[in-house]
Design a protein. Structure first.
Length: 235
């Protein structure tokens, strides 16, 4: 049995014989609101792994550096070992969620610029506060050059994913990314996951929400994620 290194809300991470490679297992737990709402959905891990692996394959093919190596099984991925930078990077194309509340702008309002990027300090005790590049530097979690690198990569990822979802009639409203430094050479690469747990996805015609029902009506989750996976079927 390989050693369990970390267990989070949605995934378990195991060591392998190679110190530069890890095995990630997607769990069936669905949590939201910082763990307050919790449920288990048989099949959720499998769906998120399938969706995430598909998206990472496309990003890799477009030359975006990621930790993803391959999908190993229905619920597992092989990934490169990274040290996660404790910043949640949110990319927004349409106003929604906390941005709508913070600035008092109606949800669904398009932006008169291409996109915006926000940074949140990953810290449960502080409730993941919004920060900027200066704060990141002040608390020694990333240098100016690293923040510039992360911003550039987030924009490139947004461009690939926006085009991909557009092609299947879905608006990529916003999403959260995490980056890490490769154990092998320190390069900053996209890590963690991109899945309907971490994105807002709206059908362009019906405006149906094809994402993290986890934060809305938890009962719809398997059906919605299944629907999203089949929409992505041809990419
Ligand atoms: N997000 C996430 N994990 C978090 C917080 C946000 O994956 O801990 C994603 C969320 O799914 C959405 C985007 O980041 O696609 C922006 O979230 P927002 O700040 O609007 O907060 P929310 O309204 O989702 O709480």
């Amino acid at each position: 049995m390989s050693q369990l290194l970390y267990e989070g809300k949605a995934k378990k991470v195991f060591a392998t014989d190679d110190p530069n490679i890890l095995r990630v297992e997607y769990k069936d737990d669905a949590t939201a609101f910082n763990g307050a709402k919790k449920a288990v959905f048989p099949g959720k891990g499998k769906l998120n792994n399938a969706i995430c692996s598909k998206l990472f394959d496309v990003l890799k093919a477009k030359g975006i550096p990621t930790h993803f190596v391959e999908r190993l099984s229905e619920t597992e991925q092989r990934v490169k070992a990274v040290e996660i930078i404790p910043i949640e990077v949110v990319v927004r194309n349409v106003v929604a969620g906390s941005l709508s509340k913070r600035l008092g702008i109606e949800e669904g309002t398009p932006m008169d610029r291409s996109s915006i990027i926000e940074f949140y300090y990953k810290n449960d005790e502080l409730g993941d506060p919004l920060i900027n590049d200066d704060h990141a530097k002040m608390i020694h979690i990333a240098t100016d050059a690293e923040m510039a690198d992360i911003r550039k990569q987030a924009q490139a990822i947004n461009s690939v994913l926006t085009t991909l979802f557009d092609g299947v009639g879905i608006t990529l409203v916003d999403f959260k990314l995490e980056f890490g430094k490769l154990k092998s050479n320190g390069d900053i690469v996209l890590a963690d996951e991109i899945s309907p747990d971490t994105c807002r996805l709206w059908d362009k015609e019906t405006h149906e929400k094809l994402d993290m029902c986890v934060r809305r009506n938890i009962a719809d989750l398997p059906e919605t994620y299944e629907k999203l996976l089949s929409r992505l079927g041809d990419i």
